[in-house]
Design a protein. Structure first.
Length: 149
């Protein structure tokens, strides 16, 4: 299957894949080969891509839309990036700006949609990194997760 993530700035990811799990607004969805046509809203969260060679990659989204048709999957994302690219300095600035805006109540002068998208993107990245760092105590065997190394 052909998979692509597109942001307003550029195509940030494109690959032939086996499957992909996406954070829809109704919950996590997984798309496999020959999936029925689908259009769905996406929420902020982690995208797990399994490539044809079995390797997995994690990408974070701050929301968007997915379109599935004839084994082609396109994600139109507000913002997206690798979970390892957490920008903690940007998060601090965003939190500080949020406090200032709350105090000033300057609602008419603020791009809240852009602000919200940036914050959700960075928070999704943090959640993805924390999830991968969490040790697994489930052991080995069918249906059991093994810790990533």
């Amino acid at each position: 299957m052909k998979f692509k993530i597109i942001t307003p700035e550029k195509v940030i990811y494109e690959a032939e894949i086996e499957k992909v799990s996406l954070p829809s607004t109704a919950g996590q969805i997984t798309i496999l080969k020959d999936h029925d046509d689908l259009i769905s809203l996406l929420g902020a969260g982690e995208v797990l891509v399994t490539k044809e060679d079995g390797q997995t990659e994690n990408i974070t989204l701050a929301g968007g839309l997915v379109k599935v048709s004839q084994n082609q999957i396109e994600v139109l994302a507000d913002t997206a990036g690798r979970g390892t690219e957490v920008n903690e300095e940007l998060i601090k600035k965003i939190k500080q700006r949020a406090k200032e805006l709350t105090k000033a109540k300057a609602i008419g002068e603020v791009d809240f949609a852009g602000f919200r998208a940036k914050l959700q993107s960075e928070l999704a990245k943090i959640a993805a990194v924390k999830k991968r760092r969490r040790p697994s105590h489930l052991g080995k065997g069918p249906g059991r997760m093994e810790p990533e190394i």
